[in-house]
Design a binder for this molecule. Structure first.
Ligand SMILES: Nc1ncnc2c1ncn2[C@@H]1O[C@H](COP(=O)(O)OP(=O)(O)OP(=O)(O)O)[C@@H](O)[C@H]1O
Length: 382
């Protein structure tokens, strides 16, 4: 995915190849990831939690292996099954699960008490913004604050991998919006590989480096997030409404006039509803395929502000009347979903030149992800 900075965790490879029967459900999963944030994405019941429970050692697969960096956590062939407390894993659940009778400081201290190891790295703790919450009790925390404390507590055991199972699922939209910038800053900073379970593509697109798409206990797709999201053939696994590429942008003027921000892409300028980021910050922007129109000629007199020159790389026809058009735009990839009829009328084929037209207000704050640097985040009103 374009120029997104690599983090320290990249290179801590993770390999999960497991089979397990759970009642009527058959889990048969194989994927490898280079570390960073690996998202497990899929509908309810597709097996995401079962996979991270196997990594945590809470589920014992029937067969297979789980490797984390150079460590073998489980290998049925060699009879290796490291017990959960020796796996050095931090787990953040949907609910913060803090002890109600302990202050924030005591909750965190509880995590630290079991600490067997020490590393000089704070693991990303400093960006969680919890210093002023230490004396409070869980009942006096918002849902988002409690989740920030839950992450801090998971970090104090110096985990080698952090498992997050839908940490936003129990938050309402306001709390989600409040918590997400912290989560983004955390994953941008931490050097610990993170497994992030979610059925919400907007979260995954903001946070993940590697995407594992789960379906009915199996891996439908696994690969770099940007590559999968911009692959028209992946639409059937991602969902038509969610499909769309991620573009890496640099903020040129965060506070441009009339509530917009000016952003530079490799192919030209984008204007989006104001982003809460510094000038010069690097962000990732998800542009849904259904929000991109195509024109053979450069449009003139159009209300849309964002017009990027593109070359068609691939057309992918689905079952219905739509066609997904993969586009190269400078160094970035875009995707447009238009009707077959339009594609035919425009004579589009691989190699065709055209213009992508993106409506500014179509890109919501939840389509923006923080990349590199701290102190930025989401914002703006669509
Ligand atoms: N111990 C078990 N015994 C029987 N069935 C199980 C067991 N654990 C999980 N399952 C079944 O395995 C399937 C996958 O569950 P899992 O929780 O891994 O899915 P998920 O993708 O995380 O879903 P959700 O988002 O709803 O949590 C479900 O049908 C579930 O009922």
């Amino acid at each position: 995915m374009g120029g997104a900075p690599r983090r320290g965790a990249a290179g801590m490879s993770v390999s999960v190849h497991i089979q397990q029967r759970l009642g009527d459900f058959a889990l048969d999963v194989a994927f490898d990831s280079e570390g960073g944030v690996t998202a497990l994405f899929g509908p309810s019941g597709s097996g995401k939690t079962s996979v991270i429970n196997a990594i945590a050692g809470l589920n014992k697969p029937d067969t297979g292996r789980i490797h984390l960096g150079g460590r073998v956590l489980y290998d049925s062939g060699d009879g290796i099954n490291v017990p959960p407390h020796k796996r050095r894993i931090g787990y953040v659940f949907q609910e913060p699960r803090l002890f109600p009778h302990m202050s924030v400081a005591q909750n965190i201290e509880y995590g630290r008490r079991n600490q067997l190891y020490s590393t000089p790295n704070d693991g990303g703790l400093s960006v969680l913004g919890i210093a002023h919450l230490m004396e409070r009790y869980p009942r006096d925390l918002s849902g988002g604050e409690a989740q920030r404390v839950a992450i801090a507590r998971a970090l104090t055991s110096q985990p080698e991998v952090l498992l997050m199972d839908e940490p936003l699922a129990a938050l309402d939209d306001t709390r989600k919006a409040e918590f997400l910038p912290y989560l983004q800053a955390f994953v941008a900073k931490t050097s610990i590989p993170v497994f992030y379970v979610s059925h919400a593509m907007s979260e995954v697109a903001q946070l993940a480096d590697h995407l594992v798409v789960m379906r009915e206990g199996r891996v439908a797709r696994s690969g770099a997030l940007g590559q999968i999201l911009s692959d028209p053939a992946a639409i059937s696994d991602i969902g038509v409404r969610e499909a769309g590429a991620i573009v890496t942008v640099t903020v040129t003027r965060a506070n441009d006039s009339d509530g917009l921000s000016a952003l530079a892409t490799s192919a030209g300028r984008l204007f989006l509803p104001r982003v809460q980021a510094e000038d010069g910050a690097t962000l990732r922007v998800r542009i849904r395929a259904s929000d991109v129109m195509l024109s053979k000629d450069k449009p003139d007199g159009l209300s849309a502000l964002n017009i990027l020159p593109c070359t068609v790389t691939q057309l992918h026809e689905g079952q219905g009347p739509g066609v997904a058009v993969a586009l190269r735009s400078g160094g970035d990839t875009l995707m447009a979903r238009i009707t077959r009829r339009s594609a035919r009328a425009m004579g589009l084929r691989a190699g065709s030149s055209c213009y992508a037209v993106i409506k500014s207000v179509a890109v919501a704050p939840t389509d923006l992800g923080l990349r590199g640097g701290l102190g930025g985040g989401l914002g703006g009103t669509p």
